[in-house]
Design a protein around this ligand. Structure first.
Ligand SMILES: [Zn+2]
Length: 167
């Protein structure tokens, strides 16, 4: 039988508790992490599962942005720009920049299986960052198509620009 070694402290597990492997040093049960085949605590396994899930979501967001960016670039008005935006270790977005006189950008997050596209507006002049809400403001607005998301983003940026203009 292969040795069961705790991945945290490298101690060989010799005991079972309630039918499960036990690490005496860490005083935790050891369960196998399917992704790596290592023996970890329940908490570690859950954390690894979430991290793996987030990695998949990030990869999926990159695919969706690559797939829809050309369409977004076609949909934005003359003088506007649509580009790819991704911070290290975060999900990928389609960024929409208003023309130069408006210091604001909108970020479209791709569907994650639970909802459609979400739209955030970041106004660098005021430092205000907010998601678009459904009428009534009960929840963030979700757009089924990139076309609807781009239209909402452009509209929101136009509102920001109108408010920014001196009267
Ligand atoms: Zn241990």
């Amino acid at each position: 039988m292969t040795d069961i070694v705790c991945s945290r402290c490298q101690t060989l597990s010799r005991l079972r508790r309630h039918g499960l492997r036990w690490c005496e040093a860490c005083e935790t049960y050891l369960v196998i992490d399917a992704g790596t085949g290592r023996w970890v605590s329940f908490a570690d396994r859950e954390q690894r599962r979430r991290a793996a899930e987030e990695d998949r979501a990030i990869a999926r967001s990159v695919e969706l942005v690559d797939e829809h960016l050309p369409e977004a670039q076609r949909l934005v008005p003359e003088g506007w720009a649509a580009r790819r935006h991704q911070n290290d270790g975060a999900r990928c977005h389609v960024a929409i920049d208003a023309p130069a006189d408006v210091n604001a950008t909108s970020y479209l997050s791709p569907p994650d299986g639970k909802s459609g596209w979400y739209v955030r507006v970041h106004n660098r002049t005021t430092g205000i960052d907010f998601p678009l809400y459904t009428d009534g403001g009960a929840r963030a607005a979700s757009f089924d198509t990139i076309e609807a998301a781009v239209a909402a983003a452009v509209e929101a940026l136009r509102v920001e620009s109108a408010e920014a203009r001196p009267r």
